[in-house]
Design a protein around this ligand. Structure first.
Ligand SMILES: [Zn+2]
Length: 463
């Protein structure tokens, strides 16, 4: 990050550059542009965002905001202010496995590379894997991730320590050769219920959900029980669904229907459901998604790299489904850069449709911001609007990517098509500065790199 531009922040009241210290009052951020991602205007140029505590209270042109009173601290942002990006599907601690099992199809990679290593994971490995991922995510302006992984307590510990935000959904997963009886998933769900009771809502930054890895790795009664446990708590039920062609064949032969058909009939779609990937859906499956308001985590890079397929994004959006972008884990992507997902989502949608107008830039940006928050059932994330969480990123406009710039719509086009995460200079979560001038304030990135490198080597050696 040494070469990232030093735009940063200066305060007109002369106080230090770290950002607001007085969280009880209002702080006004004034930027060259504010891109609210709220479905109203593309941008306010210049723009301002007023924040009280961890919540946005006003957004607009600086002159139009009702004054919060004299002496409102003002933070000057050079560049554009956007909501923090929201990553709807990730296995972040897998930074420990980045670059392993390259070029293998999904099932062989899981069975031959990943699961043998994961069998030797210690809680502290997961803490450091998540910490390094949080450094990467926050550096890219990604302020929320939806995590599916195990060793769930150290994941929350790492997210809270990093000052980030997450929906943490520990997952039921039956490894090959293990007993898949009901006692096993009952024990998992007891543990997750305790985890939910202890940590849901922690620090105002953590939501706890429940995950079943997939219908091909968890017996049907276990999937249904996991969904029921989530539904009983109005928590998110997170599952990989229709990721690879043919993964549902054995399931259909055994249960007499597609995974969506059988899960819907069993009541597993009756609560808050997030279905990752969702590539190989029949028209009937799509109808079931619509009928049950199933949200989709769309992971174009992972799907492309693993040759899983191209999801029917325009069909999903055209049916009014809630869709957000996900990076998937850093072992199958291999980075956590949601900016890349925006661009690839638009490219693949255009290729699949044969339409250069499919998924315009504003719609692609929506998938990483407001749409992603909606997919997680969090309309207060991924948007700069009154009542939203003050999760924000500053993007330098002092770059060739933004030349020429004729109007506000063009600013959005440039953000998606020619800018990138390298232009993110500053990041706030709940109004707290976590990246300032490209430097992390809450994470010792050097130590995280060392810890993950050392632990990854140990896991590679024992597997
Ligand atoms: Zn995944």
């Amino acid at each position: 990050m040494a070469d990232r531009p030093r735009q940063g922040i200066e305060r007109r009241d002369g106080r230090p550059a770290e950002g607001p210290e007085h969280h009880s009052g209002v702080v006004r951020y004034v930027a060259d542009a504010v891109v609210p991602c709220d479905g109203t205007v593309p941008a306010h140029r210049p723009g301002a965002v007023e924040v009280s505590g961890d919540v946005v209270v006003r957004v607009g042109a600086p002159g139009t905001l009702r004054s919060a009173g004299p002496g409102v601290p003002e933070v000057r942002v050079e560049g554009a202010l956007l909501p923090g990006l929201v990553n709807t599907h990730c296995h972040s601690p897998m930074t420990l496995f980045r670059g392993t099992g390259e070029n293998l199809p999904l099932l062989r990679w899981l069975e031959e590379v990943l699961w043998p290593r994961e069998a030797h994971l210690e809680p502290e490995d997961v803490f450091w894997g998540m910490t390094l991922a949080a450094a990467e995510l926050l550096g890219f302006g990604v302020t929320t991730t939806c995590e599916m992984y195990f060793h769930e307590d150290p994941i929350v510990d790492a997210v809270v320590a990093a000052g980030s935000r997450a929906v943490v959904t520990p997952g039921v997963l039956q490894l090959p050769g293990t007993d898949g009886g009901s006692a096993w998933w009952d024990a998992c769900l007891d543990r997750f219920a305790d985890f939910h009771a202890r940590r849901d809502g922690e620090s105002g930054r953590i939501d706890i959900g429940f995950a079943a890895h997939a219908a091909y790795t968890v017996p049907l009664p276990g999937v249904v029980a996991t969904a029921a446990a989530a539904r009983a708590r109005n928590a998110l039920f997170h599952i990989h669904l229709a990721e690879t062609e043919g993964e549902g064949d054995a399931f259909a032969a055994e249960h007499g229907g597609s995974v969506p058909e059988v899960l819907a009939a069993a009541g597993a779609f009756d609560g808050r459901v997030l279905a990752a990937h969702s590539i190989w859906l029949s028209p009937d499956d799509l109808d079931l998604y619509v009928a049950h308001d199933v949200a989709v985590a769309h992971c174009p890079q992972s799907n492309a790299k693993l040759a899983s397929g191209i999801a029917p994004l325009m069909d999903l959006l055209g049916r009014g489904l809630r869709v957000g972008l996900g990076t998937d884990g850093p072992a199958s992507n291999n980075n956590l850069d949601l900016w890349e997902e925006m661009r690839l989502a638009a490219m693949l949608a255009r290729l699949r449709q044969g339409d250069a107008g499919a998924l315009p830039a504003a719609a692609a940006l929506d998938l990483a911001t407001r749409g992603a928050g909606g997919a997680l059932g969090r309309p207060d994330l991924g948007v700069l609007a009154p009542g939203a969480k003050a999760d924000m990123m500053a993007v330098s406009l002092d770059d060739p990517a933004f030349v020429p710039l004729f109007d506000d719509a063009m600013l959005i086009e440039h953000l998606v098509w020619s800018a990138s995460s390298r232009l993110v200079t500053d990041v706030w979560v709940g109004g707290e500065p976590v990246v300032v001038d490209g430097e992390h304030r809450s994470i010792d990135v050097g130590r995280a790199r060392d810890e993950v490198g050392r632990r990854a080597a140990r896991l590679a050696a024992v597997a």
